[in-house]
Design a binder for this molecule. Structure first.
Ligand SMILES: Nc1ncnc2c1ncn2[C@@H]1O[C@H](COP(=O)(O)OP(=O)(O)OP(=O)(O)O)[C@@H](O)[C@H]1O
Length: 598
């Protein structure tokens, strides 16, 4: 089915000259040396064309696509021209989109919800008007997604997910689209459907550039232009797909009968037919030669007067004047919908209730009893640890999954990082509040802590702040390390010292003077001191002693024994809050840097 002319858009011509990509590589002697992935390749992809970058695995296809789309810039040299002018990344990103190999989709949203949120974000509007809804219907219909518009993404097939990825970008009506291996992981039927969609997108005037790992003979014919890379990162063919056999024939290379031409040229690049690759690189001038493109510049070109396109961007506000508040509302709404559909939230709540009930049972009534002071202090400390670990690990697991989607959406200019970061923090806040509150209610009541509302309120407040701070540590680790193993082990490594200087295992006065300052910056020590005062401070009367002898029944003596004689609850609370805010800002900066590196 041909894509509706309303979805047409004038494409952009892309030309690149002498692209070189170098990375740092470890040698056998543990030294770092530069490895060249792309060696001065050149080429051109024009509007209205479906272009494929092919080559064996590791030949640098994705690296070239990353360079052309601007997704990665470090380590690259060379020049990229857009419509014969040097590429300006910021304006180029507004007119382009990059659809990555893995489907970076929100699995809990339905197809329609996903596309509506995408449209709202791109158009900076809280409600979609009739024309935008019509456009969404059109996109869904044209990509054969209308029937499954109410299906949750996690239940979609691979091909449908790939089409949804395309649909999400189409609402922005990009003029040039980059696809990294759009058919990878799909069966041949789904792969053909996706390629047919790409063909239609090119026919509407856009420039479609993708990397392809393996293409059957029939799939190869769908492409207008082939760009073939060798394992050493050089170009051995840049021209019309239909010219490939003639090109090889001129070089004395004949593709065996019934052999797939794509496989044949990749085999040539791998040296299976002798040392032909270097000859071909020289002949095509490493991609500079346009001889085999012939008159392709005119092919499929959508003339401006033929364009009936409703440019969706015209109706949308310019994202340059990003309305952060609108983005914040839309992102928060999307985050709420996703979170409410996740089973993770129920699990988080259940874990807090169950653990507090078990603690309540084991430590039943220890809070009022003067003979259990040590046990009560241990309980308060372990409760703090529990909140700290559950809060940090929920982020360590969840956030890396978010980052991959954020990376795509942010690169494709859906929203600003600050709006995303704020919305994520705001939406998770009530969940953390609820988890902490439920935990504290059960634990506080059953373990016999003094039943006074102000004490309970201050205790819960401190626990909540520790939870938020720990979440931020988890978020920071999830941002720094993609690998769950690293983030988990390093979070434990990071949290351990603060436990040691938490004021319970070792007292400040017993610690060598050189380490005593660590107590001042330990959030655990401040939190513990605040919590201990909630329970034993604020002029609490003497404790009940059921035995003949209790070490101490006076709360003020207990506090003196712990090196915490003065009630500094608010100072402690503000210190934990300040550490939290500092960490929050630091995590934001790390996240920003990480997205910038791409
Ligand atoms: N940052 C990096 N550090 C070290 N090596 C890298 C880096 N980025 C890419 N490479 C190497 O560069 C080569 C090309 O990688 P690239 O992902 O571009 O290949 P590809 O042709 O897309 O491969 P595939 O088809 O398997 O996805 C690979 O050998 C890869 O290991």
């Amino acid at each position: 089915m041909a894509l509706n002319s309303m979805l047409s858009n004038k494409g952009l011509d892309l030309r690149f000259v002498d692209i070189t990509y170098k990375v740092n590589n470890w040698t056998d002697t543990f030294k770092i040396e530069k490895k060249t992935i792309l060696k001065g390749v050149s080429g051109a992809f024009y509007q209205g064309q479906l272009c494929a970058i092919i080559g064996c695995s590791g030949s640098g296809k994705s690296s070239l696509l990353n360079a052309l789309s601007g997704y990665k810039t470090s380590g690259y040299s060379g020049t990229i021209f857009i419509n014969d002018k040097p590429q300006e990344l910021e304006s180029f990103q507004k007119q382009s989109c990059y659809i990555m190999q893995e489907d970076q989709l929100h699995m809990q949203l339905t197809v329609r919800e996903a596309i509506e949120f995408a449209s709202k974000l791109k158009c900076l509007t809280l409600s979609l008007n009739a024309s935008k809804l019509k456009m969404i219907d059109l996109i869904l219909e044209n990509l054969n997604l209308l029937k499954i518009q109410n299906t949750v993404t996690i239940n979609l097939s691979g091909g449908e997910r790939r089409k949804l990825s395309i649909a999400l970008e189409l609402v922005h009506n990009p003029r040039i689209m980059f696809f990294d291996e759009p058919t990878s992981g799909l069966d041949s039927l789904s792969a053909n459907q996706v390629l047919a969609t790409l063909r239609e997108l090119a026919n509407t005037g856009r420039n479609i550039i993708c990397t392809i790992h393996q293409a059957s003979a029939s799939q190869l014919k769908i492409f207008d232009i082939l760009y073939v890379l060798t394992p050493s990162g050089q170009c051995i063919y840049h021209g019309l797909t239909s010219n490939l056999l003639d090109y090889l024939a001129v070089q004395g290379l004949r593709c065996p009968l019934y052999h797939n031409t794509a496989d044949y040229i990749i085999e040539i690049s791998l040296g299976e037919y002798g040392d032909q690759a270097e000859k071909l690189v020289n002949y095509i001038n490493n991609g500079k030669s346009t001889e085999w493109l012939k008159n392709t510049c005119q092919k499929n070109l959508v003339k401006e007067d033929q364009l009936i396109a409703i440019n969706i961007n015209d109706e949308c506000k310019d994202t340059k004047f990003t309305n952060h508040l609108v983005q914040l509302v839309i992102l928060s709404h999307r985050c709420i919908v996703k979170t409410l559909r996740e089973k993770f939230i129920t699990t988080r709540l259940m874990v807090h209730i169950i653990v507090s009930a078990v603690y309540g049972w084991v430590y039943f009534g220890v809070g009022i009893n003067a003979s259990f002071i040590h046990d009560n202090l241990m309980l308060l400390f372990f409760s703090l640890l529990f909140i700290m670990y559950t809060a940090s690990s929920s982020m360590i697991i969840n956030f890396p999954l978010e980052i991959s989607i954020l990376s795509k959406e942010h690169f494709n200019q859906w929203y600003s990082l600050s709006s995303y970061y704020l919305s994520y923090t705001i939406v998770d806040l009530p969940i953390q509040v609820l988890c902490t509150f439920l935990y504290c209610v059960v634990l506080y009541y059953f373990t016999g802590q003094p039943l006074e509302w102000p004490r309970f309120g201050l205790y819960t407040l401190m626990m909540l702040m520790v939870g938020l701070l720990s979440q931020t540590i988890g978020m920071l680790m999830g941002t720094l390390f993609n690998d769950l193993r690293f983030s988990t082990i390093l979070t434990s490594f990071l949290l351990m010292p603060w436990m040691m200087f938490g004021g319970i295992f070792i007292k400040i006065s017993d610690t060598p003077a050189i380490f005593q300052w660590l107590f001042d910056i330990s959030f655990m020590k401040h939190a513990m001191e605040g919590i201990v005062h909630c329970v034993y401070g604020f002029d609490r009367p003497r404790l009940y002693c059921p035995k003949i002898y209790c070490y101490s029944t006076s709360p003020s003596n207990i506090l003196k024994d712990l090196d915490m004689p003065v009630n500094k609850y608010w100072f402690n609370f503000l210190t934990v809050t300040a550490i939290y805010l500092l960490l929050k800002v630091f995590t934001y900066l790390v996240l920003k840097k990480k997205l910038k590196i791409h």
